[in-house]
Design a protein around this ligand. Sequence first.
Ligand code: ADP
Ligand code: MG
Length: 572
Amino acid sequence: TAQIETHEFQAEARQLLQLMVHSIYSNKDIFLRELISNASDALDKLRLETFRDKSLAGADGIDIDDLHIDLEVDRAARTLTIRDNGIGMSRDEVVGLIGTIAKSGTGELIKKLREAKNADSAATGELIGQFGVGFYSAFMVADTVTLVTRKAGQTEVTRWASDGSGTYTVEAVTDETEVGVGTTITLHLKPEDAEDQLHDYTSESVLREIVRRYSDFVTWPIRLRTEKTEDGRTTHEWETLNSRKALWARPKDEVSEEEYREFYKHISHDWLDPLRTISVKAEGTFEYQALLFLPSRAPMDLYYRDAKRGVQLYVKRVFIMDNCEALVPDYLRFVKGVVDAADLSLNVSREILQQDRHIRLMRRRLVKKVLGAVKEMMTDDRGRYDTFWREFGRVVKEGLVEDPDNRKAILDIASFASTHSADELTTLRDYVDRAKDGQDHIYYLTGASRAVVENSPHMEAFRAKGLEVLVLTDPIDEFWVEQVGEYEGKTFTSIAKGQVDLGADGDEETGAEKKVDESSFDALREWLTTTLADQVKEVRLSNRLTTSPACLVGDTYDIPPALARMYQQAGQ
Ligand code: ADP
Ligand code: MG
């Protein structure tokens, strides 16, 4: 004798449900992502359970070699069914797991929800987003939801049903039909969505699209029962919708270069091969896997402020968002790839990600991995490194300002034009190794182009004394040299500023300069000082020139010319 029990939802659950029923999300499609993710978890759990309990694999109602998630629609009845043959739930579990919310942070969330008062406000949506909507998201698209489930190793079958208001029913299913292990969820879709072609969840193409977008890399096959009518005869077929190729989840040595390349092209929409593939696997309390790529060529929009950047974020193979900026700093915005975290809410928002401590730790680790990979390229594949630096060096140098913690690591992988070679770049390491004994400066000169810098009168004395000068021609150079200060104990020193003391670093003093009687220039200096009073602060005698009669020098503490120009443009 089947008995139907009616239960009340726990207060917190009821409040969350209310928000779902009144659909605070513009993106309803995610209900399918949530239900598929639950089904996928259930399949994972069953497989794990059969490792622990060998007898289970062959037990009644379990087909361990054919684990899958099935989608089935009934257009006439307007139902969508999601079925998995995973672990299933006992009656008590159904009541405990579906009827209540046992997640940590629930109390806190509800408190904030009460404070936010207005159930439709954006703030509420944000709060729910932090929490993860899970199973209840089904009520965004369904008037009623029915769940039939049988737990692995048990014979009892339980039916749960609710219309999303205050109560739900539970009953033991006792009819003759045999029910396999697993969970079947049937959504009685809201009539209003039938009119909306993009959100008609009985449409094969709509389902195909959503599964491909959110669940393509789910390990288990997600199959759709398709219907074909030919010559008045209707046939049915199971069509697998997801590619299941989550390369990042497979051991590195089991994935071919070719597969990595194809995957890169798939996610980046680049037609060139990637320059370098970086795979990261972190185990422990916060588990994640990442597959990152350095492209071979800078995209056109690398310097556009509103360009898309960042990697794709997944939670256990389920797609969460594109362009997740929180995982890579701006100066590595060209990095493409996928990060798959095990313990994030599926509904995590960008705002939350920015503040999340785990995300910050992940980001730190990913940055180290990327910088480390570039360093490896420097030694094991110099040609590729050169390509990398040519394409992305300018962006990476932004990190010298943006990310003080990694300054040293960035300087280690940087290279610069220098007077040492007309065509090859130099690393700072090499500069330092070439520096003369006692030279405690790294000399540089900034300018609009190499030619401008090379022809600067400031260069003359340095050239004469054989002192190497870095030729810095990227706008960002003006900024970082000011802030970075030193490399390996040697100070970055502009040869266009203040009094550069060549005495210590130069080979020998040229006798002629020594003998000059400075007072014999007093008249000229006075005349220059008064004539140029509006243009210059001071007129000084200098030993930094060899062939030019005079040059302009900035004060040590002056703002760099590029900054000055920026301020001017900004109207300051
Ligand atoms: P979450 O997945 O974050 O735990 P959900 O609201 O999505 O939250 O699901 C609540 C719980 O209900 C799950 O943790 C799981 O124990 C159970 N559950 C949901 N769907 C299934 C399913 N298809 N098979 C087995 N258990 C399920
Ligand atoms: Mg879930």
